[in-house]
Structure formats: C-alpha cells, structure tokens
Design a protein. Structure first.
Ligand SMILES: Nc1ncnc2c1ncn2[C@@H]1O[C@H](COP(=O)(O)OP(=O)(O)OP(=O)(O)O)[C@@H](O)[C@H]1O
Ligand SMILES: [Mg+2]
Length: 336
C-alpha cells in the first residue's frame, strides 16, 4: 500500500503554498500523524523554512554531491545517466516530521522529464520512462516507508511545467491555495483543465504498460478544496474589490476544477472553501526568524501581550484546517 500524497498547488505564485505545507506538516505531526514533506520546488523555499543556513550549506554546498542522496535532485540524478533512484537521506525536523529537501539543481531535471513523457506511450522498453516520470513519487514513498509515515505533503513551484506534471501524477489529493484577485481567478481557469489533462494523459500511459515492473502512482489528483489567502499584498485595495473576486471563486472552482456545470441562477454553495487564512502580520517574520510555525511561538520568541492571543488563534485555525483536510481525504482520527 502506498502512502497518500497531498500537494498544495496553484500556478499563481505567492499564494501561500509553501507556508501552508510548513504549518500543516507541523500541525499534523503535533496531532500524532507521522509526516513526510517533500520539496519539489526548485526554489526550495520549504527547505529553507525548515533548515538553518548551516544545514543548507551542508546540503547544497558540499564539494562533491555526486554520490549523495540528501536532496530530491541527488536522489533522481542517477536516472540522467545509467543509474537508478537513490533512497533519500531525509532531514529529521521532529520525531514525527521528516523532510526530503529541495535543491536548486532540480530545475535542470525539467527538460529531461519533458523528453521522457512521450516515451511512456511508446512500444519500446517502458521501464526507464516510467522510472523517470514516477521518480518523485518513488522517492517520497521510500522516505515514507523509512519513517512509517501516514501522509506525505508536497510543495511545488508556481507553474504548469514538466516537474509539476510529475509531482502531480504522484499526487492523490490536491489543495488549491488562492488569493482573491483576477490573477488567481484566471489561474484557476487554467488549473482545472490542466489537472484533468494530466490525469487522463497519465492514465493512457499506465494503460500502455500492461505488466508494470514496479508500483506506479495512480495519478488521481483529487481536488480537496481551496484555501483563500486574505493576506494578499494587493489587500491594500478596498475590501469591495476583495469581495468581488472572492464571490466569483466558488463557481469558477466548480466549473474549472470539479468540471461541474452550474446554472447561473443557482447560487454556488461554498462547500469547497477549506479556510480563509488570516494575515498573521508581525507573527510571520517572528516565526520565520526562529524557523517555527506561528502556533509554536512563545514569549521567549517575542510573542507577548496581544501576540500570545494571536498565537492561540493561529493554533486553532490550523488545527481546524488540518482536521477538515483529514476528514475530506478520509484520514480522520479514529475514536479510541
Ligand atoms: N497567512 C499569512 N499571513 C501573512 N503572510 C503570509 C501568510 N501566508 C504566507 N505569507 C507570506 O506570503 C509570502 C508568500 O507565501 P509563500 O511563499 O508561502 O507562497 P507560495 O505560494 O509558496 O509562493 P511561490 O509561488 O513563490 O512558491 C511569504 O512571504 C509568506 O511569508
Ligand atoms: Mg512556494
């Protein structure tokens, strides 16, 4: 049995994907889940949120990384020659939270993935194309096995390229963070059809390999819902503009992502909105400074006075979001 993968995805940048993966990974681990996070964005922001400068230097700036397995790129790089995937050496963030670090060099894997995509539909040997196209999922599963993980959370960059296509075919559940603006709405209109195309194209490839030599991801990419970020930098605009775009999201999501036609006369039911995430203001730099989630900030970190109430609010916001996501993906806590 494979471990479920949950990816936070939107081709619009800066909508809080990385922050959400960071905070939810911590929250789920505090709730007793064993969590593996994987940083599939070549910008590697998730990795720098978790690790200190010194740790990053050891990962990325070593003299010879060719024999190493400490980042996602190092684990898949042998595929670009004659080798196979390396089992990852993960970073232990807490006893129940481990990270497969990202790598700026992963950007160089994009063209390679792109070239292999048609080969998986060919009539020649299918072993290598499938090994390459499913390599992120294979590495994530190896990490999950090492740590007995219940769930894998993946962070990806903001685009619809071949790295993200490979990340998404290895994804069971997709959460879409959004801002209330024209860009996000337009992004949503591209995102839904792209997910549908990737799902169908992967299915065609899997059907082409009648006797697979190793397990493959199902590529189900089931939409879990969206999260509306209220912190957009454009929030200096009047609240009216925010409302205008926020009101259009439910029906655009239903049409583009869920592929559900809706009569213009029926008001959309906003059952797909997982949360409206607050702007956490000065708690954000405070938390980044100590590389902690906002809800773990203490007085010693500077969270005093009204900040300490905001920390408690953040804890209950993220707890509610984590509970809702677990329920929607069928992983809710079983009563003892
Ligand atoms: N709830 C929040 N309150 C305040 N600031 C936030 C919140 N969530 C995210 N931010 C800030 O917004 C910025 C963008 O967030 P983040 O990096 O998580 O977005 P992203 O979608 O991963 O971006 P990219 O597309 O570049 O990967 C960061 O500076 C982050 O600290
Ligand atoms: Mg990011």
């Amino acid at each position: 049995m494979s471990v479920p993968v949950l990816t936070f995805f939107n081709n619009k940048g800066g909508v809080g994907k990385t922050s959400l993966v960071f905070h939810l990974a911590w929250m789920l681990s505090e709730m007793g889940k064993r969590v593996v996070t994987i940083d599939l964005d070549p910008q590697a922001n998730l990795t720098s949120a978790f690790l200190s400068e010194d740790d990053l230097e050891l990962l990325w700036d070593a003299d010879d990384t060719s024999q190493r397995n400490s980042t996602i790129y190092q684990c898949v790089r042998p595929l670009t020659e004659v080798g196979d995937i390396l089992a990852p050496q993960t970073q232990r963030i807490s006893p129940r939270l481990h990270l497969v670090p990202g790598d700026l060099a992963l950007a160089g894997f994009e063209d390679f993935l792109s070239q292999e995509w048609p080969n998986a539909l060919g009539s020649g040997s299918l072993y290598r194309p499938f090994r390459i196209l499913s390599s992120f999922w294979q590495v994530a599963q190896m990490a999950a096995q090492q740590h007995g993980a219940d769930i894998i959370l993946a962070d990806v960059g903001p685009n619809l390229g071949a790295i993200n296509r490979s990340a998404l075919i290895g994804t069971d559940h997709v959460v879409i963070p959004l801002a209330a603006d024209l860009f996000s709405l337009q992004g949503l209109r591209n995102l839904g059809p792209t997910l549908q195309a990737w799902r169908a194209d992967w299915r065609k490839r899997v059907d082409n390999w009648t006797v697979p030599a190793f397990p493959l991801p199902a590529g189900s990419m089931k939409p879990v819902g969206y999260i509306l970020m209220q912190h957009s930098e454009r929030l200096s605009r009047p609240a009216k503009a925010y409302k205008k775009w926020a009101d259009r999201i439910p029906s655009t999501y239903q049409q583009s992502v869920l592929n559900q036609a809706r009569s213009p006369l029926t008001p959309p039911i906003d059952g797909d909105c997982l949360a409206r995430l607050k702007h956490y203001r000065s708690l954000v730099p405070m938390a980044q400074e100590v590389r902690k989630p906002i809800f773990q900030l203490t007085a010693a970190d500077g969270a005093i006075g009204s900040h300490s109430y905001a920390v408690k609010d953040a804890a209950s916001d993220f707890r509610a979001l984590a509970d809702d996501i677990l329920k929607r993906i069928g992983q809710e806590e079983q009563p003892p």
